[in-house]
Write a protein that binds this ligand. Structure first.
Ligand SMILES: Cc1ncc(COP(=O)(O)O)c(C=O)c1O
Length: 381
């Protein structure tokens, strides 16, 4: 039987050799590889600068920390996202104000945002859902009118472009994830980009305890000052070595994802019981993280039965995301969101099945997913 994992890290001999090279040397942190990875990632995305971090969550936290977000502040956060997008607001003692999704794309419903802005609002977080860029012209217009900081959560959006500009460079800061099933991986890892290079420079200090000099910049070993508060959110040399190799393969990874997604999309569009998200609008290039298929409401209770059949036939699946963030126990308990709130995000969470399109797969896998889905739908009543 064909085995189609939802995601698989694309680790080859180059990545293995690069990791071994690090382990054979004395420098595991604060070395040249993290610096080179930052420079190459900045060039790849077109950012004036980039700061590597231990995860996307760390990178987003650093952006808000640098902004000085704190108690009494509010941030507009999409309800349909990973909990990390909201957690980083909570880390700062500020309040996430959730906005429902639009059903056609899963992205933040921008029609709702203006009504959620109060004098306490400091920022808007946008998440390019499954790699499809949000309408950033509207976001930046809103942000300019209300003097808000815009953080782009690009965890699923490496390779995504809006009117030619890479995701992460349209707002004030963008954070990427290199978690294993993402577009590229460093095992764990993240990167902050920004069109404000001075912000990236500050974040470089704030991710490393707030020290004023890295070991390489110290005239006397071990002697430094701490000029600001900072975390320990650095990326190490092993991660950076992997990242450098993965980045060389990114264009190929993206091309494979696009081919797979287009083929899967064409096959699934023929299935009447499934709804797919709207195609990319003119001028927008998505990064095709996965393909999410929505079941008709009457079929929604059968979702996990369908998933079970797909999995039994070797088709890996996932759910993006299992519940709207405000419905997760921590947020529901803290803020008391009502049942039935965020209905569109809840519909996406409750009725969709995420299917794989990663570069570990090819056309035969896509054809097999379509046939297996048709068969499973016919069998589950
Ligand atoms: C939208 C979104 N943001 C943030 C994250 C967290 O990324 P990391 O694990 O690199 O912190 C994820 C992880 O899947 C995500 O999907």
């Amino acid at each position: 039987m064909r085995q189609i994992p939802f995601g698989r890290p694309m680790i080859g001999p180059e990545e293995r050799q690069a990791v071994m090279d690090v382990l054979q040397g004395p420098v595991l942190v604060h070395g040249p590889r993290a610096k080179e990875f930052e420079a190459r990632f900045a060039a790849y995305t077109g950012s004036p600068a980039a700061a590597s971090a231990s995860s996307c969550t760390a990178a987003m936290h650093l952006a808000y920390f640098d902004l000085g977000l704190g108690p009494g502040d509010e941030v507009i956060v999409p309800a349909q996202t990973h909990c990390a997008t909201a957690h980083v607001v909570e880390f700062c003692g500020a309040r996430p104000v959730f906005a429902d999704a639009e059903l056609a794309t899963g992205n933040l419903d921008l029609d709702l945002v203006e009504g959620l802005i109060t004098p306490r609002t400091r920022a808007i977080a946008v998440v390019h859902f499954l790699g499809l860029p949000v309408d950033m012209d509207r976001v930046t217009d809103l942000a300019a009118r209300h003097e808000l900081f815009v953080l782009e959560d690009c965890a699923l959006a490496l390779g995504a472009r809006y009117k030619g500009v890479h995701a992460g460079l349209l707002g004030d800061a963008g954070a990427f994830s290199f978690y294993p099933v993402k577009h590229m991986t460093t095992a764990e890892g993240g990167m902050l980009v920004s069109r404000h290079p001075e912000m990236v420079e500050r974040v470089q200090r704030k991710k490393a305890f707030g020290v004023d000099r890295t070991p390489g910049e110290r005239k006397i070993p071990g002697v430094y000052d701490v000029t600001m508060l900072g975390y320990n959110y650095r990326m190490n040399e092993i991660q950076a070595a992997m990242g450098l190799e993965q980045l060389k393969r990114m264009d190929g990874f993206l091309e494979k994802r696009r081919q797979n997604a287009e083929m899967l999309e064409a096959g699934l569009r023929e299935i009447e019981e499934l709804t797919l998200f709207a195609p990319e609008p003119e001028g927008v290039v998505g990064s095709r993280y996965c393909l999410s298929a929505m079941l008709a409401p009457a079929r929604a209770q059968k979702r996990y039965e369908l998933v079970k059949r797909l999995n039994e036939q070797g088709v890996g699946t996932s759910v993006y995301y299992p519940r709207p963030v405000p419905h997760l126990s921590y947020y529901k308990g803290k803020y008391g969101f009502a049942q039935g709130s965020f209905p569109k995000a809840a519909a996406i969470s409750g009725r969709s099945i995420a299917l794989p399109v990663g570069p570990h797969l090819g056309p035969k896998d896509m054809a097999y997913i379509v046939e297996t889905m048709k068969q499973a739908l016919a069998e589950v009543h």
